[in-house]
Write a protein that binds this ligand. Structure first.
Ligand code: HAM
Length: 416
């Protein structure tokens, strides 16, 4: 029989790597609560229409990468490729904007894209992200970037760069797009086949191409920042000024347009010098029109999402959080019930306890105690039962002492 293995682009997580995940998730919750974000959890699958409308039907994500299928009632369902449209849907559907202030949310969870797997790129990957609703000011965009940068610093990520740009708004973008298209058409034959197609469908997406020939050509294209309307121009200036106030280093990058269609004004990405081709650790920006595009009111919004696998690739050492384990050994089957009772009472006190229920001899139980890395082995034998005590072996020093049952709590307070 052929072995069943995990689908391509997915991975199993277990120790020691999973300790990094737990560390990161705990830090995310801690760190972003300083900015008053509340957690939101949305379903892993949604109606496909949400992403077609929200993420944008012309984007690579929607065109090529979605896991879409029909359910038994013939509805088109998609495993979420990103969470921003889902969060907007959830907020509209549950009327959260009237209930929660500030309307700031964070999430952690799996996303799905049928991408070509490689280092730092998976088909099931995980993002943490934050979304802010109802806050229009440019300073908020800067604060968002400050928080993203601050978080990466907090978990000691080095060698990172922040790129920012403005992609304008529906007022100024129409002035830019024909100029961009004209420039692209002039050099169409030198672009890769994919970018040749984008020339007529969505020329902005040419800037997403990673092929050197297309990068060299598009570097000569007109820059969107030269076409911004006064409001978008001023907004972008304030973002940059406030980033300096926050002491966040950044590089304006006129090529940065992001691969999703909903952005307006500020966009940004944080890249790593250590990741190779998949260098984006996180990305985001303002999306003031997504609510309306999904049938809601006019609610400004801004946010970002980070790839957890990519951050984990960077995390070398995490602080050790060692729990002391107690192993309970018993001399023979007659003491088993007492041993089980002792394990239950210790676990109720919040301690990490392990025992082997197979009536093995004490020597073998000590071996097991060593294998689980116990700090102490508690031994229950005939003597201990008779005189209401426990023998305690310190597994590091091998020193053995006896404690009275009535003194157990005091001993635990001192040693655990
Ligand atoms: P995105 O740039 O598509 O933005 O994804 C954000 C991050 O997810 C990327 O920077 C990368 O670290 C990670 N990522 C994306 N695809 C993969 C993959 N196949 N394997 C591993 N990691 C991956 C968004 O998703 C937007 N929703 C961000 C946002 C939130 N904008 C506003 N609010």
């Amino acid at each position: 029989m052929t072995k069943i293995i995990a689908p391509k682009g997915t991975k199993d997580l277990f120790q020691p790597e999973i300790l990094k995940w737990q560390f990161l998730e705990a830090r995310i919750r801690q760190f972003f609560s300083r900015f008053l974000y509340q957690e939101i959890r949305t379903p892993i699958f949604e109606h496909s229409e949400l992403f077609q409308k929200g993420t944008g039907s012309e984007t690579e994500v929607v065109q090529k990468e979605m896991y879409t299928f029909r359910d038994k009632a013939n509805r088109s369902i998609t495993l979420r490729p990103e969470n921003t449209p889902s969060v907007v849907r959830a907020i509209m559907e549950n009327n959260l904007l009237t209930e929660i202030f500030p309307a700031r949310f964070f999430y952690i969870g799996p996303m799905f894209r049928y991408d070509k797997p490689q280092k730092g790129r998976f088909r099931q990957f995980h993002q943490f992200g934050v979304e802010i609703f109802g806050e229009t000011s440019a300073e908020v965009d800067a604060e968002l970037i400050f928080s993203a940068f601050g978080f990466l610093n907090e978990v000691n990520l080095e060698d990172i760069e922040i790129h920012i740009n403005s992609v304008g708004c529906p007022q100024c973008r129409p002035g830019f797009l024909p100029e961009l298209q004209a420039a692209a058409q002039k050099q169409q034959n030198e672009l890769c086949p994919d970018c040749q197609r984008k020339t007529s469908t969505n020329p902005l997406r040419i800037f997403d191409c990673k092929k050197q020939q297309c990068i060299d050509i598009s570097n000569q294209f007109p820059k969107i920042t030269d076409y911004l309307c006064q409001d978008c121009h001023d907004h972008f200036q304030v973002v940059q000024r406030t980033l300096s106030t926050f002491e966040v280093p950044f590089t304006p990058n006129p090529r940065l347009v992001r691969g999703l269609d909903y952005y307006t004004r500020t966009v940004f990405e944080i890249t790593s010098g250590q990741l190779g081709a998949q260098d984006a650790l996180l990305g985001g920006g303002r999306y003031d029109h997504l609510f309306q595009e999904l049938g809601g009111k006019n609610i400004p919004a801004t946010g970002f999402a980070a790839g957890i696998e990519r951050i984990i690739l960077h995390l070398d050492k995490i602080p050790e959080t060692k729990t002391s384990i107690i192993f309970i050994a018993y001399q023979n089957a007659a003491m088993k019930t007492e041993a089980i009772k002792l394990s239950a009472s210790l676990r109720k006190k919040g301690l990490a306890v392990f025992m082997d229920y197979n009536d093995r001899n004490i020597k073998k139980q000590f071996k097991k105690s060593d294998r689980v890395g116990a700090a102490f082995t508690f031994i229950l034998g005939e003597d201990e039962i008779a005189n209401q005590s426990i023998s305690v072996k310190n597994m590091k020093t091998t020193e053995q002492t006896q404690i009275k049952r009535e003194d157990l709590d005091q001993w635990l307070r001192k040693h655990m």
